[in-house]
Design a protein around this ligand. Structure first.
Ligand SMILES: Cc1cc2nc3c(=O)[nH]c(=O)nc-3n(C[C@H](O)[C@H](O)[C@H](O)COP(=O)(O)O)c2cc1C
Length: 175
């Protein structure tokens, strides 16, 4: 991690879309990257059974377990957390991670990937789980990917985060 790049991108991804967005974002922002993982057998959410379990987890507000974090959050100015949207909710593993680590995050930004609807409620839920208002949010839909406007959206999101962080640092220096 370079001295100027104190951003960590954390994501949960069941089928790879959120992971790809997180990887590109981390590369564009010169940020570190960490995946949210579930322990043991619970990690497998593939196929119809995994789909149904994922739905039940969010609809029943089940508390799921996630693996311990790898990076030291106090070393970062901002943590960007990404999740897929499940039934207009944020994914259960991303919510569990945010609930555990929200208080240790200095500044938060959030993104989600989705088919087409439910991003607002999912992003609100993520902010609530972390107990923090995000600096910026971004939702990338399947249509954005098809129309190839995901890059523009992602880069705009990254620029907004950098800009907000610069303003916050300026204010801290002035205080
Ligand atoms: C259980 C489940 C529920 C979903 N519910 C929604 C939904 O409410 N709205 C939506 O737009 N997409 C929904 N999707 C689609 C995912 O949000 C979308 O495919 C996302 O990009 C997947 O990200 P991933 O590949 O990182 O897991 C759902 C997918 C799953 C598995």
């Amino acid at each position: 991690m370079s001295a100027q790049c104190r951003i960590l991108v954390v994501y949960y991804s069941r089928s790879g879309t959120t992971q790809r967005i997180a990887e590109l974002l981390a590369s564009e922002l010169c940020a570190d990257l960490e995946a949210i993982r579930e322990p043991g057998e619970l990690a497998a959410r593939a196929g119809a059974r995994g789909y149904v379990r994922s739905l039940i987890d969010v609809l029943c507000h089940r508390q799921v377990k996630v693996m311990p974090r790898i990076h030291d959050l106090s070393a970062y100015d901002a943590v960007i957390v990404g999740s897929p949207v499940w039934a207009s909710h944020a994914s259960a593993p991303a919510l569990a991670w945010l609930k555990q680590h929200g208080t240790a995050i200095r500044h938060l930004a959030l993104f989600c990937s989705l088919g087409g609807s439910g991003s607002e409620s999912a992003l609100e839920q993520m902010a609530k789980a972390a107990g923090k208002s995000p600096l910026a949010t971004c939702a990338i839909t399947a249509r954005d990917l098809q129309r190839r406007i995901d890059g523009t959206k992602r880069q705009g999101f990254g620029q907004k985060i950098r800009h907000r962080l610069a303003k916050l640092h300026e204010a801290e220096w002035m205080a």
